[in-house]
Each structure stands twice: as C-alpha cells, then as structure tokens.
Write a protein that binds this ligand. Structure first.
Ligand code: FE2
Length: 247
C-alpha cells in the first residue's frame, strides 16, 4: 500500500507562514509522499514562493507539486519553479516522476492544466484566433499530461493537475464558471493511461469526489474543500478513501 497526502490551493504568503507547518511535521507518520495541486502562492511572486518553500519544504517525505493559475499571476513562474526546486520540491509540468515506496513504484504525472469546459458545454476550436488560442492551450496541456502518464511503467499511477478533469468535483461552483475551472480533455488524458487516482484543486467551492468517464477516482483537494492541511489516499489498496486523516 502507498499512502498519498494531498492538498491544493494553500495560497502561501507571509501571513500564512506557520499555519500548515505543525500538521506537515506530523505528515510522515500518515503518508509516504505529499502532492500539492497548484496555487501554492497568492500572486506568484518569488517572495511568496520562498514562503511556500519554507512552509512545505524540508519534510521527511518527498513533496511533488504542480503550479496553479495564481502561481502565474506575476509572470515569474520560471523563477517560482526554480525556488521550489532549490528547496527540494519536485515541480511537474508535462512530466512524470517515479518514486520507490515500500517496494512499489509510484508514478506521478503532473501538469497545471487549463480551462475549456466539459462535454456539451465547452469551448470549441473554431472562429476567432483568440478562441482557437484558448482551446489550443487546453489541447496542448492535456496532450502533455497524456504523454507524461504514458512515459512511465509503474505499479501505481497518479495524475496531478490544478484544473479539474471532470465536472463532478465542481459541484457547488456556479455552472457559469465551469469552463474556467477545468476541461474534459484532461479527463480524456487520464483515461488514456492506467491511472489509479487523479488529484486537482482550483475549485474552492466544489466537491471532493468524482470519477472520470473511464472510472478513475478524482479528488478535489483544494484546501477550502478538504478543510484540513491534507487528505490521505491509499493506492494498491481496495479503497482510495479508506484512510482519511484529520489534522
Ligand atoms: Fe486556481
């Protein structure tokens, strides 16, 4: 069994420092790895990235993250990524990483993702150049996730995104903004591989649990949704939700 702790949308800045750390210090007792589903910072500044690294770095378990839209707000995402990597945090954008845990190989494929909407209510690659650029971005990032998922041979495969791959976990958000919260193409990428679990954030008013059309469990781990420092999910186990840890 592999235990995965996950949270997203922690939006760390100077004011948040110290809020997560007590629970994170205890995390290695409950989980083998921590996955962070984007929106690590509030405005994507280098200073805030340093705050995130201070709060979430130096744990006794590996920390793997994707960036979110907030982490792009200051156009410093490259520097933000560098700060995180310097702190020992793995940042995925269209790549996969493999960890050996308890004799099992865990693969995590990550991408920020993008909006676009879901079946029957999505943007289409038609008309104005701006619209084609928007949907083109959706398709490119989703294809990168598909490639990352298929790039590893592992015992358990996890997809980590900021944007949602399904509408199920947006329940609670206004329907009008669904196209800005995720896209069906991410779900299609997840279903193209033997993915065991998909984790995302971004939808602060959404719901925790959903499933892709292909049956892969999806969990919205946005901090305002899970209302604790992290949730723990189990892989190579009968039920991914068997063990939920309150912190
Ligand atoms: Fe977000």
């Amino acid at each position: 069994m592999i235990r995965i702790a996950a949270v997203g949308d922690v939006h760390v800045d100077e004011d948040v420092l110290g809020r997560f750390r007590p629970a994170l210090d205890e995390l290695p007792e409950h989980a083998d790895v921590l996955l962070v589903a984007g929106d690590l910072t509030r405005h994507g500044t280098v200073e805030e990235a340093r705050c995130f690294a201070q709060e979430f770095g130096g744990l006794a378990v590996p920390v793997i993250a994707v960036l979110g839209n907030h982490d792009h707000q200051s156009d410093q995402q490259s520097r933000v990524t560098e700060v995180l990597i310097e702190s020992g945090i793995t940042v995925l954008e269209g790549e996969a990483t493999v960890l050996e845990l308890h004799g099992h190989r865990l693969g995590v494929a990550g991408v920020k993702g993008f909006g676009g909407g879901f079946a029957g209510a999505c943007a289409s690659n038609f008309g104005e150049r701006e619209m084609k650029d928007f949907v083109g971005t959706t398709e490119v990032v989703s294809h990168r996730l598909e490639e990352a998922l298929s790039s590893v041979q592992v015992d358990a495969l996890v997809a980590l995104t900021h944007y949602s791959p399904v509408p199920d976990t947006l329940l609670g958000e206004p329907l009008e903004i669904y196209p800005f919260l995720g896209c069906y193409q991410l779900g299609r990428a997840i279903d193209s591989a033997p993915t065991a679990l998909a984790l995302h954030g971004h939808a602060h008013h959404g719901s925790e649990r959903g499933r892709t059309p292909g049956g892969v469990p999806v969990r919205n781990v946005a901090h305002p949704v899970i209302k604790q420092a992290y949730n723990v999910y189990q892989l190579l186990s009968e039920d991914v939700d068997l063990q939920l840890v309150a912190t």
